[in-house]
Design a protein around this ligand. Structure first.
Ligand code: GLY
Length: 418
């Protein structure tokens, strides 16, 4: 197949890498220098819906895969499908599962999906009432998209109220914080479960575990994700419970509400001490950097599964997985996440890619012959190993060979899982 992949991050590089390995021809928009080594990149931004529609028609692609959440929430998939283009990714109605935390929490409640008790607040008074009811051990979330940063985990009432006011009044996340969710914190351990759906059936992917904060030991501010490991710690029984209690009712609920969802349901799940899963949130696309280790382990044809979902008919056979563990270590720019410094030269990448290791590009750009930093998360070094320790050793050996002034790297990726 000829496939258009929309996006420019590490997730899209991993998707393109796997698709090309499966024999597909890929055009990417806009892509990045890593993707450019595998596919033709066309400089059309992810927000240029008409440009992307024209590109897909001119290239006569058999499938469009939309990577990031913003164009999905803005209705890119609807626009492409309206032109008869098979598209992987939900329409704007389904993408609200990620685009509006208020919509998604109310959807969970409507469909009996286990989730933490919560309140929707649009004013300081409502936030104060919610904190009085739920206590200070809460999580405050901006309603709209905030690049993974609109979530504040609190431990006392003053902190919770301050976080809510910061969003509602000081507009720390702009209009994304016009409403906030305040929800009770659920103690437990988190796991990312991604499933591909054609609107009826599910193809549940192996688990992954993200490391969200910038510093080792889960300290510091949240980022988009500093590294992942797959499989994660969760047992097959827990994964079965997540499918039964969360994913299956979600697909049924979407159908009951007239939402034809064809794409990824990425569930952020907290598993409590009794092994019960609670849905924290949904994303409406592949995770980043979860996709990197998952694609490293995907062995069969990814294109067939994505095209099947886009057509409303997932293939009958499940994907084949490499049984090894995969670890992705993110190399981030100086100043990330608050103010990433761009323009620094990146060196040392030659010879790092191997059968069991790929350096996925995320925030990179070409400046003449130089490769330079163009975003907060710069590279995702992804390696396979017989166990997490072997995978880590392969990944960190490459990380240590990369030259980047001020690079930020967590050294504990994967250690939480075993
Ligand atoms: N890994 C977090 C995200 O993709 O949103």
């Amino acid at each position: 197949m000829k496939i258009l992949v929309v996006g420019s991050g590490g997730r899209e590089h991993a998707l393109v890498w796997r698709l090309v390995k499966g024999g597909h021809e890929v055009v990417a928009a806009p892509g990045n220098p890593g993707i450019a080594a595998l596919a033709r990149c066309v400089p059309i931004a992810v927000g240029d819906q008409e440009g992307l529609r024209q590109l897909a028609i001119e290239e006569e692609v058999a499938l469009v895969v939309v990577g990031p959440e913003a164009p999905l929430c803005a209705g890119l998939a609807d626009r492409l499908r309206a032109s008869g283009l098979p598209t992987f990714g939900p329409g704007a109605d389904g993408a609200r599962l990620e685009g509006s935390k208020v919509f998604s929490k109310q959807f969970f409640a409507r469909h009996g999906i286990p989730t933490a008790e919560f309140a929707v607040c649009a004013t300081e008074d409502q936030a104060a009432a919610a904190v009085a009811r739920l206590g200070g051990d809460v999580v405050v979330k901006a309603d709209g998209l905030a690049a993974g940063k609109g979530v504040v985990v609190c431990s006392d009432p003053a902190e919770a109220l301050a976080a809510a006011k910061d969003m509602l009044l000081a507009r720390r996340f702009g209009d994304a914080g016009l409403r906030v969710i305040i929800e009770r914190k659920i103690p437990g351990r988190e796991v990312s479960v991604l499933a591909i759906t054609d609107g009826h059936r599910l193809c549940v992917l192996p688990t992954a575990e993200d490391h969200k904060t910038i510093f080792d030991g889960d300290r510091g501010p949240n980022t988009g994700g500093m590294g992942t490991v797959s499989p994660a710690w969760a047992s097959p029984e827990i994964l079965a419970a997540i499918e039964r209690e969360i994913l299956v009712p979600t697909v049924a609920g979407l159908r009951a509400e007239g939402i034809d969802y064809r794409g990824v349901l990425y569930a952020g799940v907290m598993v409590d001490a009794a092994g019960k899963p609670w849905l924290l949130e949904y994303n409406c696309r592949f995770g980043d950097p979860e996709t990197q280790p998952i694609m490293a382990r995907w062995q069969s044809d990814l294109g067939e599964v994505l095209a099947g979902a886009a057509a409303g008919a997932l293939p009958a056979t499940a994907p084949v997985w490499d049984p090894r563990t995969a670890v992705c270590v993110v190399v981030a720019a100086a100043g990330y996440p608050e103010a990433p410094r761009t323009g620094d030269a990146i060196t040392g990448l030659d010879g790092l890619d191997a059968d069991d290791r790929v350096v996925f590009h995320a925030g990179t750009a070409r400046e003449g012959a130089r490769l330079v930093v163009a975003g907060g998360r710069v590279l995702g070094v992804t390696a396979l190993g017989a166990d997490v320790h072997a995978a880590r050793a392969r990944a960190y050996a490459a990380v240590d060979a990369i030259g980047l002034a001020g690079a930020q790297v967590r050294r504990d990726i994967g250690l939480r899982t075993r």
